[in-house]
Design a protein around this ligand. Structure first.
Ligand code: FER
Length: 279
């Protein structure tokens, strides 16, 4: 009897997609998950949108899934880069288009649009020189308004997408992981799926981030927080997870064994997160 009980509890903990607490090992992507395969391919395009927030036209890279058609409406993942990146960082470093094409072909992820903006909301948002200047750090916070007031409306006007919160996800790496936590928990009416990969210290303190745990429980469908256990930013993810746990907010938390602050970690995160959203 005891054994049956233990086995059921273990099985429950190991079912992917189940809302659980705890520090498990994240599923390791299979060989070839990030290699171009003989499957239908989506497309990558660069778009320009007018930003009232910054006062200039800004750029974002958009992935549309294989067979993208105006006859259908798709959910949207907003995928954010790190402190040294631009709108191209994910595509150059992580090839989300390959990961998504493969997952969609296997029916492990639903066809979705992925929007990769430049999260440094300032007139000159290029990189070079010191990425840590006060102006640049502030621009990562300013992006909250650019995303909500300028980019999301542009995407919803120009692409065939679903526009309710249950069909909008936000995820990001490092500085973008911090933005994901801040903007995701800050706008429970806008995003129902939150994926924070190796979140940086721009993340708000947990009490400030989640002042109303009950509202999060009611509105958010998935919180995924992951960080390499060798990453010196692990304390940020941990403190967030611990606070959520203390407040009974379901969260998938992973400290990747040996994981580091690079695209090996973030590609695996995207591979796992993309399979859980919009379901
Ligand atoms: C910090 C350390 C790292 C920080 C940001 C980062 C704002 C971001 C790293 C990244 O995006 O890769 O102290 O402060």
């Amino acid at each position: 009897m005891n054994r049956v009980l233990i086995a059921s509890v273990l099985a429950l903990l190991l079912i992917p997609g189940t809302m659980v607490y705890g520090q498990e090992t994240p599923p390791v992507p299979p060989e070839g998950f990030d290699r171009v395969a003989d499957v239908p391919h989506g497309a990558i395009q660069l778009v320009t949108y007018p930003s009232k927030t910054v006062g200039v036209d800004r750029r974002a890279v958009v992935y549309t899934p294989p067979g993208y058609s105006k006859e259908q409406k798709y959910p949207v993942l907003y995928l954010l880069h790190g402190i040294g990146g631009t709108e191209w960082e994910w595509v150059h470093g992580g090839h989300p288009e390959i990961i998504l094409d493969n997952l969609i072909a296997e029916k492990k992820a639903v066809p979705m649009v992925v929007v990769m903006p430049n999260g440094r909301a300032m007139k000159d948002d290029r990189v070079g020189g010191n990425p840590f200047t006060r102006e640049r750090i502030e621009a990562f916070a300013t992006f909250e308004r650019d995303l909500l007031d300028d980019l999301i409306p542009y995407i919803e006007k120009n692409f065939s997408v679903l526009t309710d919160k249950d069909n909008r996800a936000i995820a990001g790496l490092s500085m973008g992981g911090g933005q994901t936590l801040n903007f995701g928990f800050g706008h429970l009416d806008t995003f129902a799926w939150i994926g924070s990969f190796s979140a940086a210290p721009n993340s708000k303190k947990p009490e400030e981030l989640v002042p109303d745990p009950e509202a999060v429980k009611k509105n958010v469908k998935l919180i995924w927080i992951s960080c390499g256990d060798n990453d010196n930013l692990i304390h940020i993810s941990k403190r967030t997870y611990e606070y959520l746990k203390e407040n009974d907010v379901p969260c998938q938390f992973f400290a990747t064994p040996g994981g580091r602050h690079d695209f090996r970690e973030w590609k695996a995160n995207l591979y796992n997160f993309a399979q859980l959203i919009f379901k």
